[in-house]
Design a protein around this ligand. Sequence first.
Ligand SMILES: Cc1cc2nc3c(=O)[nH]c(=O)nc-3n(C[C@H](O)[C@H](O)[C@H](O)COP(=O)(O)OP(=O)(O)OC[C@H]3O[C@@H](n4cnc5c(N)ncnc54)[C@H](O)[C@@H]3O)c2cc1C
Length: 402
Amino acid sequence: MKVAVIGGGAAGFFAAIQVKTNYPTVQVELLEKSSKVLSKVRISGGGRCNVTNQETSIKLLSKAYPRGEKLMKSLLNKFSSEDIRQWFTMRGVPLKNESDGRVFPISNTSQSIVDCLFKEVEKLGITLRLKTNVTKIEEVDSQLKLTCNDTIETFDKVIVASGGSPKLIGLQWLADLDHIIAKPVPSLFTFNVPNNSITELMGLSVGNAIASIQGQKLKSYGPLLITHWGFSGPAILKLSAFGARKLEELNYFFNVQISWIDETNEEKVIQAIIEAIKDSPKKKMANNNFAQLPQRLWDHLLEKSEIPNDKIGLELGKKAINKLAKSLSSDTYTVNGKTTFKEEFVTCGGIDLSSIDKRTLESKSCKNLYFAGEVLDVDGITGGYNFQAAWTTAFIAAKLGG
Ligand SMILES: Cc1cc2nc3c(=O)[nH]c(=O)nc-3n(C[C@H](O)[C@H](O)[C@H](O)COP(=O)(O)OP(=O)(O)OC[C@H]3O[C@@H](n4cnc5c(N)ncnc54)[C@H](O)[C@@H]3O)c2cc1C
């Protein structure tokens, strides 16, 4: 039996290794169109490779996938973050957790991961073919004919691990096999807030913000960072991932509402302000930063609420208190445009999950063809979840239905 794995990324390498492990007598060829492999593994996590996330609860892990949550929930039961940790550790690459949940090799360099995958491919006798671009797949007499560069080669089974494509046209060769393609749109980006004085506070962050899209059911929690072009940080990146399709429809023009103090109930915030004033009625409002926000942000919000810095709490009228409560709990900004989060970006979209058998990841329209990695309409938020999806789907596809 001859098996081809298309794509020399994380999913392709892991799938090829698993096929050869499951079926030692099979001839496995790993086909990569460029002259380099594992490019994203090398650069991810600032060159340290964020292999997975420390979360071990499958329920919580799967919630990190705006697309593919249900599929990942069932597949992670078969190959989880614990399994990939063990896999690398057993091969001499121990991993460590960081405080934000990301998992890296203890060596702190992605080269350890790259070397480990290469060593395994070599040890198992997998053929790695660079500069081999697959442009067409045809099903003929229950075999698969691949157009590799300009020649046609025949395989018994094929795993497509060609990664995400930012453009629909890049997936046409797979659409030609009657797969439904979920339109590719970007995920994991930051929000541009042009011509707004908030950007003068670039570099400031709050630990527990709530960000939501006005008029939509999209909300997220977590640290929020003010940048020189707008907003970033986990709360915003999560919102961009869960809202990837909707925000594209809105042409990245919408209002974002921010609660800087982890509370969106305006009435409760009004009470908190009244309490803070009661405690120190003669304190200037600039010094009554009861929510312990970064001071420059507190000053900015006072100014936005038209409260002079030197006004004492006692002098604050109901209207001013209401205004401050609004600025703290539902501060609204117009977002116009997005910026790619260069540390990690993924494509939402790809092979629609209705086109595959969810147990085996085999194509429903083309027998003996399987999918793994970002080519599927599965993507996660930041934190190692995207690599985890690559390892897990590769592990399942490599069973080749068995
Ligand atoms: C800058 C950056 C940083 C990232 N950081 C993180 C991170 O910290 N944590 C995390 O979890 N995720 C991260 N990601 C996302 C993660 O890298 C991807 O989700 C993951 O690499 C997807 O793996 P893959 O094997 O499916 O696809 P890819 O890694 O994209 O590999 C696909 C391979 O297939 C080849 N190929 C494509 N078409 C063909 C063809 N027709 N014939 C032959 N070969 C083909 C490509 O050249 C490529 O080598 C990051 C992404 C980027 C861009």
